[in-house]
Design a protein around this ligand. Structure first.
Ligand code: FES
Length: 105
């Protein structure tokens, strides 16, 4: 498993989320309450960007809404809440001081 720096806490100050490409992975880093998490920024529907919009609350659940066809994904599990069988990949991350690292395998 590859541990790579993806950004810093400063990158989350403006929008509470940012995305970066690392190798072939487009990874979205975001704040989930007090936690920092990471998820694929590539929609499993047709590849649209997941992090274009900010997180919003739908039916009491925080979700990402894909830019292209508006499918929504639970920020916690990555499961699509509007279309069964679609799931976004989650990534493990680690915060060390001000730096954010992601694990890619
Ligand atoms: S590509 Fe994301 S909803 Fe279609």
């Amino acid at each position: 498993m590859l541990k790579t720096k993806i950004g810093s806490l400063d990158d989350l100050k403006k929008n509470s989320q940012f995305s970066r490409w690392i190798n072939d992975h487009d990874i979205l880093v975001y704040k989930n309450g007090g936690k920092i998490e990471a998820i694929s920024n590539i929609c499993p529907h047709f590849g649209g960007p997941i992090g274009y919009h900010d997180i919003k609350i739908v039916n009491n659940k925080p979700v990402f809404t894909c830019l292209w066809h508006n499918l929504q994904f639970c920020i916690k599990s990555g499961e699509c809440t509007t279309h069964s069988n679609l799931v976004l990949r989650k990534y493990d991350i680690e915060v060390e001081g001000q730096e954010i690292f992601v694990y890619i395998n």
